[in-house]
Design a protein around this ligand. Structure first.
Ligand SMILES: C[S@@+](CC[C@H](N)C(=O)[O-])C[C@H]1O[C@@H](n2cnc3c(N)ncnc32)[C@H](O)[C@@H]1O
Length: 216
């Protein structure tokens, strides 16, 4: 039998998971700020972008950008390229657009409210794709990753990042998440897989992969 405390805890956890999946309304706005201000969230986003070695002319896409921390980092690097972002949360699109207002006004960053299942056009092949703590929410993730691979130019790079936020997450939780991401990327046809780890509590795994030069 559940105690009142247990069911309250479960209720709070399920509300938090639902807000992480699609931040909405005032609570979603506050959740976005929490994502943006929490030092480990900022660190994992900045670190993930640094691993992708973005060049000034790169055309970059982030899926599930939330408050837009990685978008800011991409915009600092892809100074002559273009940064695209999609997120299905209206609240996050507003917040990330505010955070990156100058680059959006300059046309260097384009943030769209869209789900990974129904992506807009990006007017040409992409060089880099990133998703941080987002792929776990996608329906049919192998199909989504295959679609994303077809948007990349040959030898284009992808990074999927996971910092498990479930209560009690440890090194083992992160290792399991990395293995799951590796498996998804392999099944979607990516090659050259490499896993990097950032030693936070819990650790962050970034799985990097490449679109093969002769994609099938
Ligand atoms: C846990 S938040 C992470 C936000 C950000 N990447 C970060 O690390 O701060 C997950 C984000 O993915 C977005 N998201 C989840 N499922 C999505 C989908 N199917 N299509 C587009 N965005 C999605 C959510 O709206 C949310 O902004």
């Amino acid at each position: 039998m559940q105690t009142g405390d247990t069911s309250l805890k479960q209720h709070v956890i399920s509300r938090l998971v639902s807000q992480a999946h699609r931040p909405r309304g005032v609570v979603g706005w506050a959740t976005g700020w929490m994502f943006a201000l929490r030092p480990s969230n900022r660190q994992r986003n900045v670190w993930a972008v640094s691993l992708l070695e973005v060049r000034p002319t790169d055309r970059v896409l982030e899926v599930g950008f939330g408050p837009g921390i990685a978008i800011t980092e991409f915009a600092r690097r892809a100074t002559r390229g273009r940064v695209f972002g999609v997120d299905h949360s209206r609240t996050m699109v507003r917040q990330a657009t505010r955070r990156n207002a100058a680059a959006v006004r300059a046309g260097r960053v384009r943030l769209t409210r869209a789900s990974v299942e129904r992506l807009p056009s990006f007017d040409g092949p992409l060089d880099v794709i990133l998703a941080v703590n987002s792929a776990g929410f996608w329906p049919e993730p192998v199909d989504r990753l295959r679609e994303l691979r077809h948007l990349l130019r040959p030898a284009g790079r992808i990074a999927l990042v996971s910092q498990p936020r479930c209560p009690g997450a440890t090194h083992d939780t992160t290792d399991r998440a990395a293995q799951e991401l590796r498996d998804l990327l392999t099944r979607a046809g990516f090659t050259g897989l490499r896993v990097e780890t950032l030693d936070l509590d819990p650790p962050v795994a970034c799985v990097l992969a490449v679109n093969p030069a002769d994609p099938s």
